[in-house]
Design a binder for this molecule. Structure first.
Ligand code: ADP
Ligand code: MG
Length: 619
């Protein structure tokens, strides 16, 4: 049978979707009792490049405007017909956008067909309003969303930057209307980001939203009181973002290629430049994950440019740009008349905040661990969807009644769960536990974070995992891995793993309340009660089997050390005890295993002493 893509179908009447209409990328999301999620496009893509290609003489009707990735792919070849960054023109007069024009490859005119005198776009002999172009993007996103719903999608919440004025907000509303959407609310992007984290439901707080996207940087200081947001100040730079980091790499590559070719400067054709820019972006993204990345470019005629760029080299290029964003933060704080210490929470937004350096810098500037649990490229759309759910009176997420609704823990050896924070604890709360490695010389440990009341991994809900690597090789059981769980006042879980001997660290942040309905939570609790006895036995068996592995390995090791210096009768006794234990291990008879294990452990005490004596003799 052919595989058909099966998709959840939401049956709600008149759904309200959330749209992040971005300068670089746009996204659509939806929120129900399970919390917000991104709705993906036909190729499962989560974001739609905010690019529209216009064909003024279309070969067929409806081929007039092409939106998203196909349009972006044409940006080089058909520069004057491909509209990007249209958000920069929304609701603006020509004079307002004059400084932008140098960056836009298409023609901008004041001959707006709506007669408003606002800036419009000229393609061939036709003129388009920025609203029309934005409407094409909104229509595309509505089309992405529609297959998720049984009923027509007609309503949307759309986000705009906090500094957008009335004209810009109105232009955004008009774009929605042109796309056939009723814009039920225009929400500030930083407010949406805070909503995505559910900060409207936590205590009164002052929040900084640091948004570093592709072409823009925004810092907003918000105050939330009794669920209502107020913008205290905004600052930023409309010409600072990830594109500049790409440019920095591009400039480095260009100058090195020039040097290699022994010329002072090379003029690459635009298509080559565009390719190099893509390339530079890939290197940048790779450096968010790895300490170095390799660049290799074929220069033709058998020549090749190849070098590896380290994170440190890259940082040297962009450090001043990040410092500039922090200066803006200072300014915003001053305008709001507060100090960094008065900021309770920092929310990270925008693809460029994936960069570990940015997270570190922002974290130390505000002296708090910034929120990164939600994908920074998606968080604004998620928040728009949350606003939609609030307006539709959907009871989103598990209601946080100031307590942890389900236990939180990690996977341990053999598929059992060690609970660090148990259900019902009041928030904020924290827990610490020391673990170790199970293999000799193990240098990496996977930390799998789970939620639920059951004893086995397979019956709990996986919240995510990460790897603590860079542990210096040590004997099994020697590393001290401290795993720390922290649930803050907003219910956000931070998991940190530290190897205490070496200080290596790794961390993960999660919003544990997303993905489950209240009914599912209740169901999970009921299941744990129903299965309490079997679960306890299963967990006990796993622990016993782990103990068997550990103890028999220790005995084997001691036997090797002692060698022939052992009384043959004692050796036979130990071997038979080990055989018994190993034979019982796969059975379900926990008591029998326990008895055999205890017998073996008692008998092997003398062997342990022999091994120590032997080791000391051999010194
Ligand atoms: P905008 O709000 O301007 O639409 P986005 O939030 O979509 O922008 O961010 C896009 C920017 O994020 C691009 O410059 C892209 O290269 C950058 N980016 C995406 N992923 C990463 C990553 N893993 N590391 C560094 N930069 C990234
Ligand atoms: Mg953005």
């Amino acid at each position: 049978m052919a595989e058909t893509s099966s998709r959840e179908l939401f049956t709600i009447a008149d759904p309200i979707i959330g749209i992040d209409l971005g300068t670089t990328n746009s996204l659509v999301a939806w929120c129900d009792e399970r919390g917000p999620r991104i709705l993906t496009g036909p190729n499962n893509q989560s974001h739609c490049p905010s690019v529209v290609h216009i064909d003024p003489a279309p070969p067929a009707p409806n081929r007039h405007m092409e939106v998203g990735q196909p349009a972006r792919d044409r940006a080089v070849e058909r520069a004057t017909h491909t509209i990007s960054s249209v958000k920069r023109l929304m609701g603006k007069g020509l004079a307002d956008v004059a400084p932008q024009l140098a960056y836009l490859p298409y023609a901008v005119t004041s001959q707006n067909p709506d007669g408003s005198g606002q800036a419009a776009i000229k393609v061939g002999d036709k003129t388009y309003t920025p609203q029309e172009v934005s409407a094409a993007i909104l229509r595309e996103l509505r089309d992405w969303a529609q297959p998720y719903f049984q009923h027509p999608v007609r309503k949307a919440v759309i986000t705009v930057p906090a500094y957008f004025d009335d004209a810009q907000r109105q232009a955004t509303r008009d774009a929605g209307r042109l796309a056939g959407l009723e814009v039920v609310r225009i929400v500030n992007e930083p407010t949406a980001a805070a909503l995505a984290y559910g900060l409207d439901r936590s205590d009164d707080a002052t929040i900084a939203v640091y948004d570093l996207g592709g072409g823009t940087f925004d810092i907003s200081i918000l105050r939330i009181e009794q669920g209502l947001f107020r913008v205290l100040s905004t600052n930023g730079d409309t010409r600072l973002g990830g594109d500049d980091f790409d440019q920095a790499i591009l400039r480095l590559v260009q100058s090195e290629i020039a040097a290699q070719l022994n010329v002072t400067q090379i003029d690459f054709p635009p298509s080559t430049l565009q390719a190099l820019r893509h390339f530079a972006e890939r290197v940048k993204v790779e450096l968010s994950e790895k300490p170095s990345a390799t660049i290799e470019i074929d220069l033709g005629q058998g020549r090749n440019y190849r070098r590896s760029i380290t994170r440190d080299e890259f940082l040297a290029l962009i450090r001043p740009l990040i410092a500039a964003t922090l200066d803006r933060c200072k300014q915003a704080l001053q305008d709001a008349d507060i100090t960094p210490a008065q900021i309770d929470k920092v929310v990270m937004v925008g693809g460029s905040t994936y960069m570990p350096f940015v997270r570190e810098q922002v974290g130390s500037f505000f002296d708090t661990q910034p929120y990164t649990a939600l994908n920074p490229m998606e968080v604004v759309a998620l928040g728009a969807a949350v606003q939609g759910a609030i307006l539709a009176k959907i009871n989103r997420g598990i209601l946080l009644q100031d307590i942890v609704p389900l236990s939180l823990g990690i996977e341990t050896m053999g598929g059992a769960v060690a609970k660090l924070i148990t259900k019902g604890r009041s928030i904020p709360c924290a827990a610490d536990e020391i673990f170790s490695t199970s293999a000799e010389g193990q240098t990496a440990v996977k930390i799998h974070v789970l939620q639920g009341e059951r004893e086995l991994v397979e019956h709990c809900r996986s919240l995510g995992q990460f790897t603590l690597s860079g542990i210096p090789p040590m004997a099994a059981g020697l590393p001290k891995l401290r795993v720390r769980f922290l649930v803050d006042t907003s219910g956000i879980l931070s998991v940190t793993a530290t190897e205490e001997r070496s200080g290596t660290k790794a961390a993960l942040q999660i919003v544990p309340s997303y993905g489950l309905t209240k009914d599912e939570v209740d169901q999970m609790v009921r299941q744990s009660v129903l299965n309490a006895r079997t679960d306890m036995l299963a967990h006990r068996l796993i622990d016993l089997r782990n103990q068997i592995n550990q103890d028999t390995a220790a005995i084997e090791k001691s036997l090797k050390i002692v060698g022939t210096d052992i009384d043959p009768a004692y050796l036979t006794q130990l071997q038979s005890l080990m055989a018994t234990v190993r034979q019982l291990a796969p059975t379900e008879d926990a008591d029998a295993i326990h008895t055999a294990l205890t017998a073996m452990d008692h008998a092997s005490a003398r062997l342990g002493e022999l091994a120590i004596t032997k080791t000391l003799q051999d010194l």
